[in-house]
Design a protein around this ligand. Structure first.
Ligand code: PLP
Length: 440
């Protein structure tokens, strides 16, 4: 696909095509400078939750920027950060949570694994420096986050530069029909193989996001994982970067199983996409222990606890509450699932349709019987996403879900302000795109 705008001095990750220039956004729509409308069916990679053009957020950011755009967290606190934390404490499933703010998902994951290490040191467990993680997962682009991710395509060029942590199998009911208890058993085997005294934490996505495409674990999975972690003194880090902030119909992915993590991170939707912001949440007792035993947390960040970003997040949080958008996500989730089933469920190359709330994945296969994926070289997910793009629908896509290389999944994750008619339009366009690329 070729667009006429050159990128001048900019370069982007995907270098195969030029991009249209966006003029503005409104609600669930973006408009490029030619006037073409795009329905945001994926919220970027599931970022935009309260929609484009929200003046409440812009006003809150402006007010804070005018008052004090930046203060260094080593010297000051600020009202936006304090108030945001008090309000987040009401909804984060941890006893008396405390919050540390950075910008991207990768940064909060880096921070979380370092925090886990420091909590273990403060507990007198200085030999624990392994972070056990899962295959077919994604936790970010920085070397620490990539070290605990399970995306071979993204990791391979940098293997020599990162610490490769132990990976265990993730839940994936479509391709691996075993119980959550058994999967937690594999985590236990891994912890025992390395020696519990060496394992600081286990990190995982509550509902698998970018790599597997909206895979919901069996109901017994998270309670069983929590038991294993408790048994061996291993901290549980929930990476809610993608599924947090109401995306799946509850505030947090872990809320579906009422399992409390020891550390939680989120980012994408935290400030509605208006500005980058992520948090690391930890239990007060653990933070306090670090203060008592180690003095400080050995971490930082010039832009940590940024007042303007926190003001944007506070305004986003207020909109989510006021407009009952988490409830909207819960109510529309089953309807979206049903629409996808009706439009694509019988397609000979649609292997699985899965998801929760306003986050759904459609896995494409060569053959429904064998579940064989298309080869990665076919670039199928990309082709479908591009066809949808041409038709004015933005979807998220991923390759590698089946075995790390092959396996195509298309994801829908619209802003949480979406309504049923808009979902129907999205599903209609997506079904057309699938049908045109893969005639059924
Ligand atoms: C679960 C999860 N963790 C971390 C990240 C990394 O976030 P970022 O791209 O903001 O660095 C992502 C990004 O997709 C993610 O889905």
């Amino acid at each position: 696909m070729n667009y006429k705008h050159p990128h001048g001095h900019v370069f982007y990750r995907k270098m195969s095509h030029a991009r249209p220039k966006i003029a503005y956004g409104e609600g669930i729509y973006l408009f490029d400078e030619s006037g073409k409308r795009y329905i945001d069916g994926s919220g970027g990679p599931l970022v935009v939750n309260v929609g484009y053009g929200r003046s409440e957020i812009v006003e809150a950011m402006t007010k804070q920027a005018q008052a004090a755009a930046y203060v260094h967290a080593l010297m000051f606190t600020n009202e936006a950060t304090e108030q945001l934390s008090s309000e987040l404490a009401e909804i984060v499933p941890m006893p008396h949570p405390r919050f540390f703010y950075l910008s991207s998902g990768s940064e909060v994951v880096e921070g979380a694994i370092k925090l886990a290490r420091q909590i273990q040191q403060a507990r007198g467990q200085a030999t624990r420096d392994i972070i056990t993680c899962r295959a077919l997962s994604y936790h970010g682009m920085t070397l620490g986050a990539l070290g605990v991710s399970g995306r071979p395509g993204l990791r391979t060029p940098y293997m020599g530069m990162m610490i490769n942590m132990p990976h265990v199998r993730p839940p994936y009911p479509y391709r691996l029909d075993i119980s959550g208890e058994e999967l937690a058993g594999r985590l236990e085997e891994s912890i025992m193989a390395y020696g519990a005294e060496t394992v600081a934490a286990f990190i995982a996505e509550p509902i698998s996001g970018a790599s597997l495409g909206a895979v919901v674990p069996p109901d017994d999975y998270w309670p069983a994982v929590r038991r294993v972690c408790d048994k061996y003194g291993v901290l549980l880090i929930a990476d809610e970067v993608l599924v947090g902030m109401g995306r799946t119909g509850k505030w947090w992915g872990m809320d579906h199983w009422q399992v409390q993590p020891d550390i939680m991170v989120t980012s994408k939707g935290l400030a509605g996409g208006y500005v980058p912001l992520g948090f690391i949440a930890a239990k007060h007792d653990d933070v306090e222990l670090i203060r008592q035993k180690l003095g400080d947390w050995n971490h930082g960040g010039t832009f940590s606890h940024h007042p303007v970003a926190c003001a944007a997040a506070l305004a986003t949080l207020h909109i989510l509450h006021k407009e009952k958008l988490v409830e909207n996500s819960a109510n529309l989730g089953p309807k979206l699932g049903q629409m996808l089933q009706e439009a694509l469920g019988d397609h000979p190359h649609v292997g699985d349709i899965r998801g929760r709330g306003l986050f759904w994945g459609i896995e494409l296969v060569q053959d429904r019987e064998s579940k064989d994926p298309f080869p990665v070289s076919r670039h199928l997910a990309w082709d479908v996403a591009q066809r949808a793009f041409e038709k004015g629908l933005l979807v998220y896509y991923s390759q590698g879900c089946a075995d790390g290389q092959n396996g195509d999944v298309i994801m829908l994750g619209p802003p949480l302000i979406v309504n049923e008619a808009q979902l129907a339009e999205m599903v209609g366009i997506l079904a057309e795109a699938v049908q045109e690329v893969l005639p059924g």
